[in-house]
Structures are given as structure tokens and as C-alpha cells.
Design a protein around this ligand. Structure first.
Ligand code: NDP
Length: 481
């Protein structure tokens, strides 16, 4: 798959205005996947101009018609699932089995879900008896920017684009420079589904260039962003003077709290999944495993045993469960944290050294003996590295769990129902899973607190974000007037 991808603007593929391209590499091999347009402000202006032209009619298109198009986009992804899965794996180094079973089906589900939402998102009315009726119009924001990261590229991009379109907005989207291909391919599917030209533009390039230009453009009225906390903070400060709407889904340092009364075999299986899925490169991955003292030795031994059987291997082999990291620099960053853990007195229980060869392969790594202030317990690593810490009481577990600048997701493993409710209520996170992980109902609010971001995605939360509520108050007037 050695090719060139242009920007998708006005319903067609347009060469980069400055004639600049960057190399998209396969992190598992170092091979070139594609040359990709490196957009500048002129490309953005084309996209904005075509969005302005399209907005008038798209925003007035009936919800049913919008739903039909979104549904067909979802179907188009299903029809080309294998092609999209391959592209996702070549771009990111993730196992093809994961792209096939998670990334692409979920992207299709996002479009189908928000197709339905478009037809069901209704206005509210409040009567003031005898005096007036109030109703709330939910109008599209206008042109919105959607910026997504590389870890779940189409999955997260479609999680933004689909509700934005469902609500009647025009979208300028930017995928990560590390995972540009599936977003580029999405343009073809949108055309086949009948999405009018200009309603969606996909601009490729660097965050520091085109990402920032989208954030700053005065005609872009809202930014939906998923990515790192530092980038999120930068977007918040740049958009504040213009009072743009922002939804920021940022990093996590998620606690996984295991009580001795858990269903042990299930918990063990699930911890392996929550720590190492997608090589730990999911914002929701558990990276701080807190274990009740009485089962600490047993669980850490069993986890090490499970982790050492998880061998990073060729992502294109359907049997592979763990692939490559996104890039060599990212691998170096991940390894840097492991080295720091060593210097801070941590014990590397397994992993901790890159695999030989050209690809960015790093094994599952478990570390214990670190205090809550150690870098590996405070900072997001975003790799296959998790720490283990013991606790004696429920209070201590809660204190350790909440001892974080982040607040995205927590998992609780216990058969004690009262404890589960108590802990769930007291945890400072946007999401709590009890005896499960990454079980998602697309109607539920998704997002974090503290440095994990602001705003929520999913269901009506997303539809609310992508619309402006307008209250209309009609005075009934005197009866005989
Ligand atoms: P980044 O913040 O580096 O990038 C995210 C996106 O923003 C990319 O498209 C990037 O482009 C772009 N970008 C970078 N700089 C700017 C800028 N100044 N202005 C506008 N856009 C910019 O994050 P990563 O791609 O490294 O993704 C990993 C991070 O994402 C982790 O912290 C992870 O926790 C978080 N994440 C959060 C999720 C959540 O729902 N809470 C879900 C998934 C990931 P480019 O790549 O071209 O630089």
C-alpha cells in the first residue's frame, strides 16, 4: 500500500496547496505506507469556503435525510471493513485482529448510532400556564473542528464526525499525522453515501501546523479534540479569547482496584486485557493496578505469568494479540519511563526491554515497589507498562486511586455490591467500570474530570455539544386580543 493521499475538500481529493507531503510509516517494519498531504492555511481556507457553501442546505436537511446518509456511511465501512482494517494496522502497527474486531466495526457503529440519534434528538417545551410557552431550538453550531489521535484512529474520529454531522454541522477534520489513511479513505465512503460536497473536509498534516490553524480559524466555532493533556491545555487557552465551544478528551492514569473478594479468574483475564490491549495505547487502559494485600503476591505472580505469554508479533498475522507501538520515538518515551522506574527503586517484574529487530515492539511490562509519587504512578505512559501497588483497606485503595492529576476511568473488581457502590460514588473519574472494562453503551456520557479533560461525548451529550440551544418564549397575550 505505497501511495499518495491528498486532502478531501469539497467532495474531492485536492493536492496540498504548498506541494508538501510527509511520509507515513508502518511502525512494525519502518516501511513507507503512503505520502500524505501536509496542509497549510490555504488548504484550510478551501475547506472553510466549501463548508460555508454547504452549510446553508446541510443545516436545513431533514434529520431523516441526514440519518440516511450517516447510516449509509456506516454500511459503506462495513462493506470495506477488510480494506479499512488493513490500512489501520499498517498505519499503527496494531494487530489486524484488533482492527477487524474493534476499530472498524466501532467506527461503523458510531455512524449508525448517530444516524438514529439525528431523528430522535427532540426539542423541549415548557409551558408557563396561562402566560407563555417556552421551547428550545437546538441549532447546529456551524463549522466545527474535529481533531483525533493515532491510537484508535477511525474509531475516535468517527465518534466526533458522526454526531457533528447528525446535528447539522459542517466538519473540518484532522487525523493524526501517524494514522492518516483511514480518515483519507473515509472521504470515498462519504461520497458513495451521498454526503454533499463541503459538508466534511479531511485535512492531513501536522498538529503544530494544520491542527493549530483549525483551532485558531475564526469561522471554526467549536473544537472537539481527543489527545494529550498538554495539547488540550494549549487548545483551551487558544480558543478562550474567542469563547469557542470545546470538548477535550485527554489523558488518563487509570486505577484498577482489585479486592480480595473479586471473581479471581475473571479478574485476572480482564486485567491482562485492560493493561495491555492495543499495547496499552488506549486512554482507558488501566496503568495503576491496586491490589488488596492478602492477594497481592498471588495476583502479581499470575499477572506476570499471563503477561510473559503475550508476545508482540507481526500485526498482520491474525493470531497476533499484541503488535507494535506507534513509532520509535514513542517506544523510546515508554522505555524512558521504565528506566526511570528502575532508578526510583522499582522492580521490573517482566518486560522492560525492547524486542530486537527493526519494528517498534515493546513487551508487556509490570513494575512494583514504587510509591504513589513515582513518575510511573503519576504520568501517563501510554504503552504496555503497568505498576502494582498493595493496599490494606478500602479507604487506602480510594486514597491511592484518587491520588492522581487525571480522572478518566477506574475499574473495580469486587463481588461486594455495597462496596462497589460506595467506591463508584467516591472515585474522582468520569467513568467507573465494575467487574468489566471497556464495555461501552454509546448512549452513555464519555469523558473525564481533572486533567483528563472537559465536556462529554456520547449519546445526547454529543448532540448537545454540537448544537446551540436557543430558548424561544411566546407570550400567550390577553385572551380576547
Ligand atoms: P496529541 O495531543 O499529540 O495529538 C492528538 C491530535 O492533536 C493529533 O491529531 C495531533 O496531530 C493534534 N495536535 C497536536 N498538536 C496540536 C495543536 N497544537 N493544535 C491542534 N491539534 C494538535 O496526542 P497523541 O496523538 O499523542 O495521542 C495520545 C494522547 O491521546 C494520550 O494522552 C491519550 O491519553 C489521549 N487520548 C485520550 C482519549 C480520551 O478519550 N480521553 C482517547 C484516546 C487518546 P499530530 O499527530 O499530527 O501531531
Amino acid at each position: 500500500m505505497d501511495m499518495r493521499w491528498e486532502n478531501f475538500i469539497g467532495g474531492g481529493y485536492r493536492p496540498a496547496s504548498r506541494g508538501l507531503y510527509f511520509e507515513d510509516l508502518n511502525p512494525a517494519t519502518g516501511n513507507l505506507v503512503a505520502q500524505v498531504a501536509r496542509s497549510g492555511s490555504e488548504d484550510l481556507q478551501w475547506a472553510i469556503d466549501s463548508a460555508k457553501e454547504a452549510f446553508g442546505s446541510w443545516s436545513k436537511t431533514s434529520p431523516e435525510a441526514r440519518a440516511g446518509i450517516l447510516y449509509r456511511i456506516g454500511e459503506g465501512l462495513v462493506l470495506r471493513e477488510e480494506e479499512f482494517a488493513l490500512a489501520e494496522t499498517l498505519d499503527t502497527g496494531k494487530p489486524i485482529a484488533f482492527s477487524r474486531s474493534v476499530d472498524i466495526p466501532r467506527a461503523a457503529a458510531n455512524f449508525r448510532f448517530f444516524a438514529a440519534a439525528a431523528t430522535q434528538f427532540a426539542s423541549e417545551a415548557h409551558e408557563m400556564p396561562g402566560r407563555a410557552i417556552n421551547y428550545t431550538l437546538r441549532q447546529p453550531v456551524g463549522i466545527v473542528g474535529c481533531i483525533a489521535p493515532w491510537n484508535l484512529p477511525l474509531y475516535l474520529m468517527s465518534w466526533k464526525i458522526a454526531p457533528a454531522l447528525a446535528a447539522g454541522n459542517c466538519v473540518v477534520a484532522k487525523p493524526s499525522e501517524f494514522s492518516p489513511v483511514t480518515a483519507a479513505m473515509l472521504g470515498e465512503v462519504c461520497n458513495e453515501a451521498g454526503l454533499p460536497p463541503g459538508v466534511l473536509s479531511i485535512l492531513q498534516g501536522f498538529g503544530s501546523e494544520i491542527g493549530e490553524a483549525i483551532v485558531d480559524h475564526p469561522d471554526v466555532k467549536a473544537i472537539s479534540f481527543t489527545g494529550g493533556t498538554q495539547t488540550g491545555a494549549r487548545i483551551a487557552s487558544r480558543t478562550a479569547p474567542a469563547f469557542k465551544k470545546i470538548s477535550l478528551e485527554l489523558g488518563g492514569k487509570n486505577p484498577c482496584i482489585v479486592f480480595a473478594d473479586c471473581d479471581y479468574p475473571r479478574t485476572l483475564r480482564e486485567i491482562e486485557r485492560l493493561a495491555f490491549s492495543n499495547s496499552g495505547q488506549i486512554c482507558l487502559c488501566g496503568s495503576r493496578i491496586l491490589v488488596e494485600q492478602s492477594i497481592y503476591e498471588r495476583l502479581s505472580a499470575d499477572l506476570v505469568n499471563a503477561a510473559t505469554q503475550l508476545h508482540p508479533a507481526d500485526p498482520l498475522d491474525p493470531a497476533t494479540r499484541m503488535g507494535a507501538l506507534i513509532s520509535e520515538p514513542h517506544l523510546q518515551k515508554v522505555h524512558g519511563y521504565v528506566e526511570q522506574a528502575r532508578s526510583e527503586g522499582g522492580r521490573i517484574l517482566c518486560g522492560g526491554q525492547r524486542l530486537p529487530g527493526a519494528g517498534a515492539f515493546y513487551p508487556p511490562t509490570l513494575i512494583d515497589g514504587l510509591g504513589p509519587e513515582a513518575a510511573c504512578n503519576r504520568e501517563e505512559i501510554f504503552g504496555p507498562v503497568a505498576t502494582l501497588q498493595p493496599f490494606a483497606t478500602e479507604e487506602e485503595a480510594l486514597e491511592l486511586a484518587n491520588h492522581s492529576a487525571y480522572g478518566l476511568a477506574a475499574t473495580l473488581w469486587t463481588e461486594n455490591l455495597s462496596r462497589a457502590h460506595r467506591m463508584a460514588s467516591a472515585l474522582q473519574t468520569g467513568i467507573v467500570w465494575v467487574n468489566t472494562w471497556l464495555l461501552r453503551d454509546l448512549r452513555t456520557p464519555f469523558g473525564g474530570v481533572k486533567h483528563s479533560g472537559t465536556g462529554r461525548e456520547g449519546g445526547w451529550e454529543a448532540m448537545r455539544f454540537f448544537t446551540e440551544p436557543k430558548n424561544v418564549c411566546i407570550n400567550f397575550g390577553p385572551r380576547n386580543a
